[in-house]
Each structure stands twice: as structure tokens, then as C-alpha cells.
Design a protein around this ligand. Structure first.
Ligand code: EPU
Length: 348
């Protein structure tokens, strides 16, 4: 295992932004993970894990510690209880590669998560979700290196604290665990999930029920239409996907916004989010606050196809993106009294 110095991080991120890592190493095995932790601890370095680099914004100064890129590979299938198909997926596998594999094997449960960039090991961290599915619905357990006990252990899903874009891995126990493998329970020959209105509309005109492959292709094409597929040379995909979480607010907040604007509450897009609470689409708030698709501030900007994706228009610095982020957060708060929370991890 090699420990390199001053390695540029920008090329390793989908944003293509950021300074160097003081130290950089790649883990191809669990032994490598333990070894890297020991290396960092001996030198008093912070250690940060890099998966696919699709959900982070690296500061212009870079990272003063050790960046550990997880490169463990392998997918193993076995029969689980109650007819389930269990897949053990090494953390360094590309997420969309695993989805393609599951769909090809006729196994349902992750097909709506097609086309999401990044690594499989990163998916439990922010409980990746799209089009009605979240990885927490199919994760059985997560195998991790526990930096406190200096050993590997397996956390059942119930201990992962999953919620909307949240888990113990990005909140209460942040930086304690390094994910090495994720186990999923999928349904062999299962029917695809068609929960999301936009996805159902896609198939409304067709005949018969679409299969897993059709749903995968539909999700990929919907994402492509929003610039949310990583396509080489497409400036809209030099981003970290959704830059803000969709805020969940008490229903009264929605009523107050409707009152203040003198419109009906149904003219404001919102979705149920548990008792007495609604989720507001951050993309809508951003646009209403004056930041339209294609908006530019220096070399940072907003995707021309989705208002929630901040993009690097070419040669942007992290401070330019941060300046745009701050303008948006301030304007949305002023207009709606809602504070948007960034979704990508800020690396500094
Ligand atoms: N909207 C706008 N302007 C836009 C786009 C959307 O006003 O430019 C409004 C519309 O009212 C639309 C609503 O926002 O109905 C929702 O938009 P969309 O269906 O595109 O989903 P989203 O809420 O913006 C979330 C996830 C995505 C995920 C999609 C599909 C978050 C933060 N984002 O986006 O996840 O792919 O739903 O399920 O929850 C990501 O996390 O990086 C990500 C891409």
C-alpha cells in the first residue's frame, strides 16, 4: 500500500474542484483500511474516506490529512431467508454497476436507484434515495472498520439510524466507521417499484407492466433529462447532484407561506413527510428565490436542467461555489424563512 503526498483531488470528484490531499492512499482490501487508519493515527492526521467523489466539495486549500480512497471490489450473491437474494457488495464497487447487475439477475429493490453516481459503500452514509426507493429499504447490514475499537464489525440496518439523507455515518458517529461492504436483500423475480408519480407517468401510455429493465432505463432517461447523469463533457454534470436537502417543515409553515403570498397552499408544491410535516422541494424554493436554471455567479452556476444542482461552469473554485451557496441560502431564508442545508460533504 502506497502513501502519496500532495495528490490533486479535483480530478477525483464529479465537481472537478478542490486542492490537494496532503496524504493519499488507496485501500484494495480490509487489511489496507486498518493499515491506513494506523498510518493516520501514528502521525496525528485526520482521515477522510473517498468513494466515487460524487457527493463532496473539496476546499481550494485541499485536505491537510489522509484521504483514503476505497477500492475494494466484488459482488457475491447467495440465497437468504424467505426466498430473498442477498448481495454482499464491496464498498469500492460503482453503485450503478451493482444496480445493473441486480437488474440483470432479475432482482428487485434498487432499480429506481439507477444512474446514481458514486460507490456502493457511500450509499448507506447518506441513505441514498430516488424515485421512491432508499437504500435503507434493502440494506441488511453494513460491514465497517470501527476506529474506536480498531476492528471490523457488522452493523444490522436497525443500528444504522437511517432517515432521509441521514444515518449514524454522517451524523452522530461521523468518522468513527469506515464502510468496507454493504449487504442487500433483494427480491428475485420481483416486480419493480413504481411509486413516484413522474415514473408512473413515464409508463402511463404503454401497455402491460414494465419490468425491472424498463424501469432502470426510464429512471436513467429521467435523470439524463435533468442533467443528473454523469456524462463526459456535459457541463451540467460537473456537480454533486442535489446541492441542498429538501427541507421538512411543520404544516403550519406551509400555511404561513401561502398566507404571506396570498395563494392557496396547494399551489405550493409539497409532499407528506410524517405526521404534521411536509417536505418542500428545495429546487422550487431556489427558483422562487430568484435563482433560475442556468444562473451564473463567476464560474459557479446552476445547472441548466435542474435548479437544485450547483455546477462548475469550467474552472470554478470551491470559494465560488460556496459564495453561490451562501447567496441562495440567504435569499431562500429571507423569502420563505426556511434554512436550506447543503447535501454534499464539505472537505477542508
Ligand atoms: N423543481 C423545480 N425546479 C427544478 C426542478 C424541480 O421547481 O428545476 C420542483 C418541482 O416542483 C418538482 C420538485 O421540485 O416537482 C421535485 O423535483 P425532482 O423530482 O427533480 O426531485 P428533487 O426533490 O429535486 C430528489 C432527490 C434526488 C432524487 C430525486 C428523485 C434530494 C435532495 N434530492 O430531488 O436525489 O434523484 O428526488 O427522487 O432529496 C441527490 O440527492 O443528489 C439527488 C439527485
Amino acid at each position: 500500500m502506497q502513501f502519496q503526498q500532495n495528490v490533486p483531488l479535483a480530478p477525483l470528484t464529479t465537481f472537478q474542484i478542490g486542492g490537494p490531499a496532503r496524504w493519499f492512499a488507496e485501500a484494495a482490501s480490509e487489511e489496507d483500511i486498518a493499515h491506513a487508519v494506523e498510518f493516520a493515527e501514528r502521525r496525528g492526521l485526520r482521515l477522510l474516506v473517498l468513494g466515487g467523489g460524487s457527493n463532496l466539495l473539496v476546499s481550494d486549500a485541499g485536505f491537510p490529512g489522509l484521504i483514503l480512497r476505497i477500492a475494494l471490489k466484488g459482488i457475491v450473491r447467495r440465497d437468504g431467508p424467505a426466498g430473498a437474494a442477498e448481495f454482499s457488495v464491496a464498498a469500492g464497487e460503482a453503485w450503478d454497476g451493482f444496480v445493473a447487475h441486480a437488474v440483470a439477475e432479475g432482482c428487485a429493490g434498487v432499480e429506481c436507484l439507477s444512474g446514481i453516481p458514486g460507490s456502493a459503500g457511500a450509499t448507506p452514509v447518506q441513505n441514498v434515495g430516488a424515485y421512491g426507493q432508499e437504500v435503507s429499504q434493502t440494506i441488511l447490514r453494513v460491514r465497517v472498520y470501527d476506529r474506536t475499537q480498531s476492528r471490523f464489525l457488522e452493523l444490522p440496518a436497525a443500528e444504522c439510524g437511517f432517515a432521509y439523507r441521514r444515518s449514524i455515518f454522517n451524523s452522530t458517529l461521523r468518522e468513527r466507521y469506515i464502510v468496507s461492504r454493504v449487504d442487500f436483500a433483494l427480491r428475485p423475480d420481483g416486480a419493480p417499484m413504481l411509486a413516484y408519480a413522474e415514473l408512473r407517468r413515464h409508463f402511463a401510455a404503454g401497455e402491460g407492466r414494465p419490468g425491472l429493465r424498463e424501469v432502470r432505463e426510464a429512471v436513467r432517461s429521467i435523470r439524463a433529462g435533468k442533467g443528473m447523469l454523469i456524462v463526459e463533457g456535459d457541463p451540467d454534470s460537473r456537480s454533486a447532484g442535489s446541492f441542498f436537502k429538501n427541507p421538512v417543515v411543520p404544516e403550519e409553515k406551509l400555511d404561513r407561506i401561502a398566507q404571506a403570498w396570498d395563494v392557496s397552499r396547494d399551489s405550493i408544491p409539497h409532499y407528506p413527510a410524517g405526521p404534521g410535516r411536509v417536505k418542500l422541494p428545495a429546487a422550487w424554493l431556489v427558483e422562487q428565490a430568484g435563482f433560475h436554471k442556468g444562473y451564473a455567479l463567476g464560474a459557479a452556476g446552476i445547472s441548466s436542467r435542474h435548479a437544485l444542482a450547483l455546477v462548475n461552469r469550467g474552472g470554478a473554485t470551491a470559494s465560488e461555489v460556496a459564495a453561490l451557496r451562501d447567496c441562495i441560502v440567504e435569499a431562500v431564508e429571507r423569502r420563505f424563512g426556511v434554512v436550506l442545508e447543503p447535501e454534499p460533504v464539505w472537505v477542508a
